[in-house]
Design a binder for this molecule. Structure first.
Ligand SMILES: [Zn+2]
Length: 908
């Protein structure tokens, strides 16, 4: 199934008269091998008389014929052709019988009168035009309001994964690497950028003055051998700042953005860290950055965080720009991370590229892991290697515990929808976790040497995981072949149980079984014939015993912690005695246990409790040390995993006592941190989170303080004295505990705010309101892209669905307006997944299950890339219903018990 809507096309014959042919296969044949393109594009930034925007283009693709054929087919989507002709190597025209567009598979098909000769080279020439739409795909237009309030239009591109074919006809699969000679047209004051440095900009065209009069043409150096999805085009009047790497010759690195962003020095942070990261990667990978320049550009409308186009990386503004005066520590970290991620792709993805999208994890898993290495190098104070646990390990372990998960190496990937659906937590986070596990196990030197050899061997070429594994195997005795395949070729992961061996009580028994969040799901499905759903587990562990013997002695009276420092991709369970020994250690002296393990213990215990593998009385006790431990990591893990209890108890009588417990845990940290923005990077982030937690669970002191700060700002709007690190919390609490005055004030600021980070903080706060009529009005606003940008609306829905007061209204609204939602998000990247996940994760009643089933049935043809998310949501809702039956009372009574004992001790 493909969701691509009918192309606007003219062709010599209608598709319906063509009998079925090999083009009914969505994959390209391998008998035409392209090696060079010449592409000339003229994006017109002024509309035609009907208000539509267009680009004109000509293209030539040179290819070799590996097997004689009478048919050429090449990708083309939403392009209208004026001319198609074929020439042999001498330039002589080859007779074409007919050509047509096969929209179903996005092909331009050319049928020849005679067969093309095997081994010969030909060139296909086309002249075409396409719409320069504001749809964030292919060559598209983006609009922003400049400092004078004037709307400015730029042309920009996003090709990955299958939209290069929307800009010019091409063999649009990653394996068809070629070189590209690019020409771009533009008018003053705009200029053009592409992957390579420009050669010359020419003016004064006397040919076709009606088409080229007043235009300039920029010619770029030919690219190195690369995949189509990494091409990039920009026509804008953006400003930039530049720096250079320290290599020989130095690489020129430029950060482009709207002129006012450059004037405001918001590109400076990116400018400073980029050459440092590139230099570091060159030494880490042992392979030089392959291009003469590295441009990065902040785009006002961009579907993704960043896109690793070779030599011209694109970002949404919040992922590249940073203003130290008004942006938070978290924003800074995000910028560093996304830059480190995209720059690592310049090697992993761009220099070497997976043969096909089913191994997307070789791009995204690597970039996910390496982004931490790169950020850690440039910002050692961020403790990135610790934070990996929070942002990637725990995400992956959550998603991958569902029966609807998938193996890292995907199966049955053919259509654009299949490909788009792979940009998920499995490719990114699980891929990253797997690579991190290997890196820890192999040791840094062997890990790096294997990578270096692999990169050198396959530069400008194509890879699969067997090649990668064989290079690690070569430098280290690691048993990659069958063993590591258990992690990449089957879905899910195990829970490892370490417990006393009852037959031999001095010894420990270590067992594994697949872990699934739904205790009723069948862990043997889907079948994995090669591996029996067993995983080859690298056991990292820590004893508090002085034990030279590697056999596992049961730590009687002491404790053992499995998966120490959380390098392994699995969960660990223990017998009650060992759990209690760990909990005792945490309450006596938590710092004896590594901070990553403190995070992991909380996450494991509370997740395993959801399925009955650990008693809730024990799991909840793993959180009690948080009264003493103010560190960012265990707190964030706890808030994340406890949010499940929030979701399940949010509308139950247990919520009161649950809130009291959370307030009891957070109060020492709240009073310790104070409201002054000071301390190290993570303390400054933690302060905002602590304040938000204290206010959310009902601290009157906190709410009053937040309101005072906010009203001071409202009284003097030009002078916002709220620290950037506290803004998320203060804005949200002021809106949540206020009325339309506070909301309207934020909304007004949101409409005019030029800084994207600040704008996103304002946007999040708008979703905090508890007033139903304001929620309804806000939802209506999202249908108007002049009020809420399309790229932002999805996060409005997710934000509102996270608010107990707004969830029902939002879900009703989404179902009612699904036609619109689908049109905007249906065929793009993972936005529709986020909407479905964000808005259904709290479903826990039979009624909500029925609603979701009805939704799936009635919209089955309008789910696009979200189809898997709906199945996951159904599974999760059933699990939630079961959870409430099984555990709600247990949790309620434990919380009551703690409350009573604390009251007796006069603590509460
Ligand atoms: Zn990436």
């Amino acid at each position: 199934v493909t969701t691509v809507s009918t192309a606007i096309t003219t062709s010599t014959v209608s598709t319906t008269t063509i009998s079925p042919g090999p083009w009914s296969d969505v994959r390209l044949p391998t008998y035409l091998v392209p090696y060079h393109y010449v592409v000339d594009l003229q994006p017109n930034l002024e509309p035609d008389s009907t208000g539509k925007y267009w680009f004109n283009g000509t293209s030539e693709v040179q290819f070799q014929v590996a097997n004689s054929t009478r048919f050429i087919y090449i990708h083309s989507n939403k392009l209208e052709y004026d001319d198609v002709y074929l020439a042999d190597e001498s330039g002589a025209a080859i007779s074409i019988a007919q050509w047509w567009l096969y929209d179903m598979n996005q092909f331009l098909i050319v049928e020849l009168d005679a067969e093309l000769v095997q081994g010969q080279n030909y060139s296909l020439h086309t002249q075409f035009k396409g719409e320069l739409a504001d749809d964030l795909t292919g060559l598209y237009r983006s609009t922003y309001t400049d400092i004078n309030g004037k709307d400015v239009i730029i042309a920009i591109s996003q090709m990955q994964p299958t939209d290069a074919r929307k800009s010019f006809p091409c063999f649009d699969e990653p394996a068809f690497k070629a070189t590209f000679k690019i020409f771009l047209w533009h008018k003053d004051p705009n200029y053009a950028l592409s992957n390579m440095p420009f050669v010359i900009t020419e003016v004064n065209w006397d040919i076709s003055p009606e088409r080229y009069g007043g235009w300039k043409r920029t010619e770029f150096e030919p690219t190195l051998r690369m995949s189509t999805y990494l091409l990039a085009f920009v026509v804008s009047e953006f400003g930039y700042e530049q720096s250079f790497t320290s290599g020989t010759p130095p690489v020129q690195t430029r950060i482009y953005a709207r002129p006012e962003q450059v004037l405001n020095h918001n590109v400076e942070y990116a400018k400073n860290i980029t050459p440092v990261i590139l230099d570091y990667y060159e030494s880490y990978f042992g392979v030089d950055y392959p291009l003469p320049k590295s441009d990065q550009i902040a785009v006002p409308d961009f579907a993704l965080g960043g896109m690793e186009n070779w030599g011209l990386v694109m970002y949404r503004e919040t992922a590249l720009l940073f203003d130290a005066a008004i942006n938070s520590a978290y924003s800074k970290q995000r910028v560093a991370r996304v830059i480190a991620h995209e720059l690592s792709h310049q090697w992993f993805g761009d220099l070497i590229t997976p043969l096909w999208w089913d191994e997307l994890w070789l791009n995204e898993g690597f970039a996910t892991f390496i982004e931490y290495i790169g950020t850690d190098y440039v910002e050692p104070g961020f403790r990135m290697m610790d934070q990996f646990v929070l942002y990637d390990l725990h995400d992956a372990l959550t998603v991958d515990a569902l029966t609807t998960s998938r193996p890292i190496i995907a199966e049955n990937v053919t259509t654009p929808d299949d490909i788009n659906a792979l940009f998920d937590d499995i490719s990114y986070s699980k891929g990253g976790c797997f690579i991190r596990m290997i890196s820890e196990f192999a040791g840094e030197e062997a890990f790096k040497l294997g990578l270096k050899n692999y990169l050198e061997e396959f530069s400008y070429g194509l890879v699969d995981h067997n090649q990668l594994f064989s290079y690690w195997e070569e430098v280290k005795w690691i048993f990659f072949w069958s063993d590591m395949d258990t992690w990449v070729n089957q879905m899910g992961y195990p829970v490892v149980t370490m417990k006393q061996n009852l037959d031999n009580p001095l010894m420990m028994e270590v067992l594994q079984e697949r872990f699934l969040l739904d205790p009723k799901a069948d862990p043997t499905l889907p079948e994995s014939p090669s591996f029996d759903i067993l995983y080859d587990i690298i056991i990292f562990y820590s004893y508090l015993l002085n034990n030279s013997d590697l056999s596992m002695v049961y730590p009687n009276g002491k404790y053992v912690i499995g998966n120490y420092e959380a390098f392994g991709y699995y969960r660990v369970n223990y017998d009650d005695a060992n759990w209690n020994a760990i909990i005792n250690q945490l309450s006596r002296n938590f710092s004896a246990i590594n901070v990553k393990s403190r995070s992991q213990i909380i996450d494991d215990a509370l997740t395993l409790a959801r399925t009955g593998l650990v008693k809730y009385e024990i799991a909840l006790k793993t959180t009690k040390f948080l009264r003493d431990d103010y560190d960012f990591l265990p707190w964030q893990s706890a808030l994340r995993v406890l949010s499940y209890l929030d979701d399940m108890l949010g509308r139950s009588e247990a919520y009161g006592v649950y809130s009291s417990y959370l307030l009891y845990l957070v109060e020492p940290a709240y009073y310790n941190l104070t409201w002054t923005d000071e301390g190290d990077h993570l303390q400054r982030q933690q302060r905002g989170s602590t304040i938000n937690t204290a206010c959310s669970y009902g601290s009157i002191d906190c709410i009053e303080h937040a309101q005072t700060l906010f009203h001071t700002w409202m009284a003097d709007p030009s002078n916002n004295t709220i620290s950037p690190n506290l803004r998320d919390a203060v804005y949200c609490q002021a809106v949540a505990n206020g009325g339309s005055d506070e909301w309207d004030f934020i909304w007004g600021r949101y409409q005019t705010e030029g800084d994207s980070h600040e704008k996103s903080a304002l946007q999040s706060a708008l979703a905090c309101t508890k007033q139903l009529w304001i929620i309804q009005r806000y939802l209506e606003y999202t249908l108007d892209s002049t009020l809420v940008r399309n790229q932002d609306a999805y996060s409005v829905y997710v934000g509102l669905c996270g608010n107990d007061y707004a969830r029902d209204l939002t879900w009703d609204f989404l179902r009612r307006e699904w036609d619109y939602i689908y049109e905007v998000y249906g065929s793009g990247f993972f936005r529709i997944n986020s909407i479905i996940e964000g808005c259904t994760s709290r479903f826990s009643t039979e009624f909500e299950l029925k609603e979701l089933e009805t939704f799936k049935e009635s919209r089955s043809d309008q789910l696009g890339t979200g189809a898997r998310s709906v199945d996951q949501a159904l599974e999760l809702t059933k699990t939630n219903i079961q959870w409430r039956t099984d555990y709600e009372d247990t949790v309620f009574s434990w919380l009551n018990y703690v409350r009573r004992s604390l009251i007796l001790n006069r603590i509460f």
